[in-house]
Design a protein around this ligand. Structure first.
Ligand SMILES: Cc1cc2nc3c(=O)[nH]c(=O)nc-3n(C[C@H](O)[C@H](O)[C@H](O)COP(=O)(O)OP(=O)(O)OC[C@H]3O[C@@H](n4cnc5c(N)ncnc54)[C@H](O)[C@@H]3O)c2cc1C
Length: 371
């Protein structure tokens, strides 16, 4: 049986960031990816926004990893020529009933260390975003947009420069933990040439499938593995020129940010994502949602013309808490959670996982060093 130092399961933006970090620190890394290309799931089906860190509960891992992750990401993009733009975002209250929500965000953001938000006067709002109907708003200047594929390519390139290897079409089908990890963890890998590898360290970064991968590895206590829930989000694109200068977010709902405006690096406007629980990974676009998008968007953009929305794409949130339950935090299980040496499992890495990817990688590396 082949023995390797470290296997990272999953080549999305988070798995690649972790592989890069571990390879740079001198570890032998193999990235096992089920698909025949990297980054084809959530990392390719998101809003591509560099989040400032506004919404997350104080002290949560989302808050603690988003703010430093965002700063590190801007620096990384500048140093490695990853296409991005610090475009800024305006969060708006469309009527008086939403103003309290806006103030709550500002206080939460400040508690999270986001110190550059600025309330805008009605005159400023009208000048900056004339197409938007609102009664109040604030500007988040450090929100940006990024080419997520370019970012993943850069992480992978650096990881490979430091000796990491990406094994595509290599799904982890199962495995077993030997002596609580002291003798390693064995992984059964499928694909054209199935193999069994023994690893000193395993990082489960399999996104939507992370709990399933963990359940397939004998020796991980079942009680520590969270349940799997999926919540799909649709994006519609605008067929006309952008009427917006920045990203526009309405006051959010309890469990997601609402149908908001993002602009990609090519200048195309996208609206979304919406939110619906589903029971399996199926990216099919449900075109019956069109009417609800027109309604939600016209709440803040009354000038939206009939016939100007076209179906874009969908993404699926990897949730570990279900309908009616509080939204999960990022969840990392290391030895202190499951009792296994050399194993870290990442669960529920939804937004702001892209923004936080470098900080998540630092955090995982630290947890592995702690044993
Ligand atoms: C709708 C939506 C919008 C979002 N918008 C933003 C945003 O604007 N900004 C932001 O910061 N974050 C955003 N996010 C969050 C961000 O996209 C994710 O946190 C991030 O992409 C997660 O990366 P990942 O590597 O954990 O998962 P993934 O990209 O899903 O990668 C997991 C990989 O594991 C592989 N895999 C699965 N099972 C196996 C197996 N058995 N063996 C081997 N490989 C396996 C998969 O094929 C996949 O390549 C958004 C998420 C969603 C759903």
């Amino acid at each position: 049986m082949e023995t390797i130092d470290c296997a990272v399961i999953g080549a999305g933006v988070v798995g690649l960031a972790i592989a890069r970090n571990l390879a740079i620190s001198g570890r032998e890394v193999v990235i096992l990816e089920a698909e025949d290309a990297f980054g084809t799931h959530t990392s390719a089906r998101n809003s591509e926004v560099i989040h400032a860190g506004i919404y997350y509960a104080s002290g949560s891992l989302k808050a603690r990893l988003c703010v430093p992750g965002r700063k590190a990401l801007y620096q990384y993009c500048a140093e490695h020529d990853v296409n991005h733009r610090r475009i800024g975002k305006v969060i708006v209250a469309c009527d008086d009933s939403e103003v309290a929500g806006l103030k709550k965000y500002k206080a939460q953001a400040e508690a999270n260390g986001v110190d550059d938000l600025r309330m805008l006067t009605p005159a400023e709002l009208a000048e900056m975003e004339p197409a938007v109907r609102c009664v109040a708003g604030f500007l988040s200047p450090s929100t940006g947009i990024i080419d997520s594929h370019g970012l993943m390519l850069s992480y992978l390139g650096e990881a490979e420069d430091h000796g990491a290897m990406l094994a595509l079409s290599s799904p982890v089908l199962g495995g077993r933990v030997l002596s609580n990890g002291s003798d390693g963890i064995v992984l059964d890998v499928g694909g054209a040439e199935p193999m069994t590898v023994k690893c000193r360290t395993v990082v489960i970064s399999a996104g939507l499938k992370a709990p399933d991968v963990a359940r397939g590895i004998q020796g991980i206590p079942a009680a520590t593995i969270p349940p799997t829930y999926y919540a799909i989000g649709h994006y519609y694109t605008l067929t006309t020129k952008s009427p917006f200068n920045r990203l526009i977010y309405p006051v959010a709902r309890p469990d997601w940010l609402g149908v908001h405006v993002t602009i990609d690096l090519g200048g195309r406007v996208k609206f979304g994502p919406d939110f619906e629980w589903i029971d399996r990974v199926d990216y099919q676009f449900d075109e019956r949602r069109e009417a609800s998008f027109y309604k939600a968007i016209r709440h803040y953009f009354p000038g939206l013309q009939d016939g100007t929305l076209q179906p874009g794409y969908t993404g699926i949130r990897p949730r570990i808490t279900g309908p009616g339950e509080p939204v999960q935090d990022f969840t990392f299980h290391g030895e202190s959670e499951h009792g296994i040496k050399g194993l870290i499992a990442l669960y529920g890495i939804e937004s702001p996982g892209l923004t936080s990817s470098l900080a998540i990688a630092d955090y995982v590396a630290e947890r592995l060093d702690q044993g």
